[in-house]
Design a protein around this ligand. Structure first.
Ligand code: NDP
Length: 257
């Protein structure tokens, strides 16, 4: 995949989940393309460290520590980002959790936690950001296009037993992305769904005891993707010319069946 340097000069990108894994790698990659990064996650020190690295490489980044599942948090977060940066050209919804395991044994609240972050927070943040993405696409001084990238999953294309609710959340992300794409295409806001297979990140750390070990053994049996591989795909999506929309990208490790 080829991307030329500084494609995103003068633009602002908000990345959720920027403290680790895919979100962090994406933030670094888009900063290298000239975007000013608004880094969002709960762990402030991790965000500060990513921002310091970006600045040391000549890029620009601001941190916005936030639990995006909080009531009213999406609206207030987008307001804070706009107050500090003045615009929003790209939103990457990468924050997510994968609390999987047999449905019959699911602890109370586990299903809801998947839904709260992977679906509700993503919807709320998208809703708050959309008017600003539309404005950025319309801005004569800008790229003439804006981007919303939602991180779905292989589990958003094929339902997986033992991951019923996680699959349901990712099907929701894929469906929402496609419907929104149809609504926003004429406004030059591109909506993309990126669907990774197994990526070596902290995602599996939060799985319940007894299931986590099995899941991590499966990851260890593969030559997994690195977060940078998915960041590369996302960077490709948001650096296409104005008339090119990459709507969906499924990226698996070569040896993942
Ligand atoms: P990580 O666990 O490394 O990253 C998850 C990110 O979400 C962290 O930055 C975390 O930061 C943030 N986050 C979690 N809860 C909240 C919250 N309440 N508010 C704000 N931020 C939050 O996992 P990945 O990078 O792998 O996951 C990124 C996305 O990729 C997810 O949507 C996941 O479903 C998807 N995905 C991952 C795959 C994989 O194999 N790794 C495969 C397919 C899809 P903090 O804890 O600091 O808040």
């Amino acid at each position: 995949m080829s991307t030329s340097a500084a494609h995103l000069a003068g633009t602002v990108t908000l990345v959720t989940g920027a403290s680790s894994g895919i979100g962090e790698a994406t933030a670094r990659s888009l900063a290298a393309q000239g975007a000013t990064l608004a880094l969002v996650a709960r762990r402030e020190e991790r965000l500060e460290s990513v921002a310091a690295d970006i600045r040391a490489s000549g890029g620009s980044a601001l941190v916005f520590p936030s639990d995006i599942t909080g009531d009213g948090e999406a609206v207030s977060l987008v307001e804070r980002v706009l107050a500090e940066t003045g615009r929003l050209d790209v939103l990457v919804n990468a924050a997510g959790i994968m609390l999987v395991g047999p449905a019959l044994d699911a602890p109370a609240g586990e299903w809801q936690r998947n839904v709260d972050l992977n679906v509700s927070a993503l919807l709320n943040l998208t809703h708050a950001a959309l008017p600003h993405l539309v404005a950025a696409a319309r801005d004569d001084e800008g790229r003439g296009v804006a981007d919303l990238v939602n991180i779905s999953s292989v589990a958003g294309r094929q339902a997986i037993g033992g991951a019923a609710v996680y699959s349901a959340t990712k099907f929701a992300v894929t469906a929402f992305s496609e419907a929104l794409r149809q609504e926003l295409a004429a406004r030059h806001v591109r909506v993309s769904s990126v669907e990774p297979g197994a990526v070596a990140t902290e995602l599996t750390d939060h799985i319940r005891d007894g299931v986590r070990e099995h899941n991590q053994a499966w990851y260890a049996s593969l030559e997994t993707l690195r977060p940078e591989d998915v960041a590369d795909a996302i960077t490709y999506v948001v650096t296409r010319p104005r008339h090119v929309a990459v709507n969906e990208l499924l990226v698996r490790p070569t040896d993942q069946v």
